[in-house]
Design a protein around this ligand. Structure first.
Ligand SMILES: [Zn+2]
Length: 257
């Protein structure tokens, strides 16, 4: 059993509640004007780069995710996301990278709302793909490798499989076991045709909004062999570089105009 997803119910979330938009949602800046003049700021769209990636460091807020070796999944995946962004900023200046959270703060204290807002954040920022970063764990602490959860919905299933395989190629090249990709149906939620929707909220909302949204479980943080890949800053930087390369090449190959 995969604890990251099951024990923490990290991706289900159907509850709803009001939320407060966060400041970093804004894509508009103002220019001109002085304090003494009549303030008539002119909104100006920030020039867009050709490729836009949204990274979602999983969990955060009151949700720690898996916890082993004295560290929490929510902190490791945030570090991983920032390292991926740093790598892309340095090596792929044409790729704009958004993070759904920069700190431990989330969009909402309600799980269902928070997960939905993460995908909406990607959509509002024009992201072409959304990669939700997680680390796995198992009951017996004996499972290893990378797996990717994807939507089964036809509008994004095909491209999600390609993205999953690109990510799996990258981690496999580092020596991580290739567990593959999987889809999972909701057991109690169905669309208007009676077909079960995706179990994982990130994938489900990704399909609704037309964004390939995948959950990347890079490795098992409770397994001593896999832990080598996230054990310190240097290891996380190496993992981030490989995953960033995969994301960059995928974006360029699929979204070049
Ligand atoms: Zn997780």
């Amino acid at each position: 059993m995969m604890l990251c997803m099951l024990a923490t119910a990290c991706e289900r979330g159907d509850e709803e509640e009001d939320y407060k938009p966060v400041d970093h949602l804004s894509k508009v800046v103002t220019q001109g004007g002085t304090p003494s003049a009549t303030p008539t700021p002119t909104p100006t769209e920030v020039p867009r780069k050709p490729y836009i990636l949204c990274l979602d460091p999983g969990h955060g807020g009151k949700w720690t995710g898996a916890m082993y070796h004295g560290v929490e999944e929510r902190n490791l995946v945030l570090q991983l996301a920032k390292e991926i962004r740093s790598y892309l900023n340095e090596h792929y200046p044409d790729i704009e990278v958004y993070l759904t959270r920069e700190t431990n703060d989330c969009f909402s204290s309600d799980l269902g709302t928070d997960l939905r807002k993460r995908v909406e954040f990607a959509k509002e920022n024009g992201a072409q793909i959304l990669v939700s970063l997680h680390l796995n764990a198992s009951d017996a602490h004996n499972l290893r490798g990378t797996m990717v959860c994807i939507s089964k919905q036809p509008n994004i299933n095909g491209i999600s499989i390609e993205l999953a395989n690109a990510l799996l190629d990258a981690t496999e090249s580092l020596g991580l076991k290739r567990r593959g990709y999987e889809t999972r149906n909701s057991g109690d939620t169905f669309d208007e045709n009676g077909v079960p929707v995706d179990y994982y909220a990130i994938c489900r909302h990704g399909s609704s909004l037309g964004i390939p949204a995948v959950i990347l479980e890079s490795c098992f943080m409770d397994n001593s062999i896999d832990y080598e890949y996230i054990k310190d800053d240097k290891a996380i930087r190496k993992l981030a570089a490989a995953e960033a390369e995969a994301m960059a090449k995928f974006l360029i190959s699929h979204y070049s105009k």
